[in-house]
Ligand binder design. Structure first.
Ligand code: NDP
Length: 337
């Protein structure tokens, strides 16, 4: 039983030295518990926050403890009547081959689920994040302009596609021309701009001749700076994440632009609200799962997965994601089905 533990807290971008691969005995479940074998491990940006002990909405992973993470696992042995050996489950088993979980903490996907890894992406936590943040906070209306960055990730891609269903004009932002082509040609975005383009700000202005009504905030940083002057009166900003900042250990340099931003919130009556998906919206998850399963059956939603083979690749793949090396939902295939 291999497992990745947090070896030390990163300063800046995580390196291999911040993780340690250990081998331990396979744990034994008690009554009401399940022994799970990981098939797919989800790697998500929030894990960078768990590696740090800075105050946050969730407790950090302790140094020496196994890295947390969502998984698609199979039941090896069951101490609960609702689960049989070989059932597939959506669990939170972490960066390891085997884990013991309380039956109440996992979702049973049955014995032959269709495309189980999607429950880590478009049909799972990231897709749910896109749906709730966009509809509850973004409140999209037909004819409005929506901008979203990390446009080919599982959150951004789903935000853009649901906004299209709601009749919005959707401008994506991504880190390469290839990603931008994917967003327009496959996900149906109206336009997508590469944030590494030296003329990015100017191109964003040209891309949004009617201004921006909804900015779904995934990244912060230079993208945010380019968006702010284009916001329309009564614009909404669901603050989902600030991926451009997760590796920053210091405050950004330069003049303090916060007072000017607050002043534009006032003058334009802009509404900005952060959210933490399961803290704020957990009761809606089953309804979202049913709705998204139907959309997927009807081919209404395009998704892309970036599947990396082998648990040993997890640290490198994770650091790469924070720099945009992934294209689509990043998943580690830990074991064959
Ligand atoms: P992604 O798979 O999209 O990965 C993160 C992406 O961020 C990278 O691929 C990269 O894409 C982009 N990025 C990184 N640095 C920068 C930068 N400096 N400027 C612009 N873009 C950058 O991740 P997810 O879809 O899983 O998550 C998207 C966001 O949603 C994250 O901020 C995440 O933390 C947040 N989130 C929040 C939740 C909540 O409850 N609030 C729940 C789930 C996710 P590119 O190459 O295109 O630049």
């Amino acid at each position: 039983n291999r497992r990745w533990v947090l070896a030390s807290r990163p300063h800046g971008s995580p390196t291999e030295d911040n993780f340690r691969l250990e081998t331990i005995d396979i744990p034994q479940p008690e009554d009401g518990q399940l022994l799970l074998r990981t098939v797919y491990l989800s790697l998500d940006p929030y894990m960078r926050g768990r590696m740090s002990d800075a105050p946050s909405y969730a407790a950090p992973v302790e140094v020496g403890a196994v890295m947390v993470g969502g998984t698609i696992s199979r039941v090896v042995s069951s101490g609960h009547p609702d689960f049989k050996p070989n059932d597939w489950v959506l669990a939170y088993a972490g960066w390891q081959d085997y884990a013991v979980a309380d039956a109440g903490t996992v979702i049973n996907l049955g014995s032959h689920p269709d495309h189980p890894s999607l429950s880590l992406g478009v049909a799972g936590m990231p897709g749910f994040t896109a749906w709730m943040g966009l509809t509850d906070i973004g409140q999209p209306k037909s004819g409005e302009t929506l901008v979203v960055a990390a446009a080919t990730g599982p959150v951004g891609s789903t935000v853009g596609q649901i906004a299209k269903m709601k009749g919005c004009r959707v401008v994506g932002i991504a880190g390469s021309d290839e990603k931008c082509r994917d967003a327009t040609e496959n996900a149906g975005f109206d336009l997508c701009l590469n944030h590494r383009d030296p003329d990015f700000s100017q191109k964003l202005r040209q891309a949004c001749p009617q201004g921006i009504d909804i900015y779904f905030e995934n990244v912060g940083g230079a993208v945010f700076d380019a968006v702010v002057p284009l916001l329309n009166p009564k614009a909404r900003i669901p603050v989902c994440g600030v991926a451009a900042r997760y590796n920053n250990t210091d405050s950004p340099q330069g003049p303090d632009r916060l007072p000017a931003f607050i002043s534009s919130l006032l003058k334009k009556r802009i509404r900005i609200q952060g959210f933490i998906i399961f803290d704020d919206y957990a009761p809606h998850f089953p309804a979202f799962r049913t709705m998204m399963a139907e959309w997927l059956r009807q081919d209404k939603i395009y998704y892309r997965e970036d599947i990396v083979e082998g648990l040993e690749q997890a640290p490198q793949a994770f650091s790469g994601m924070l720099q945009g090396h992934n294209h689509g939902k990043l998943v580690i295939r830990v074991a064959a089905d």
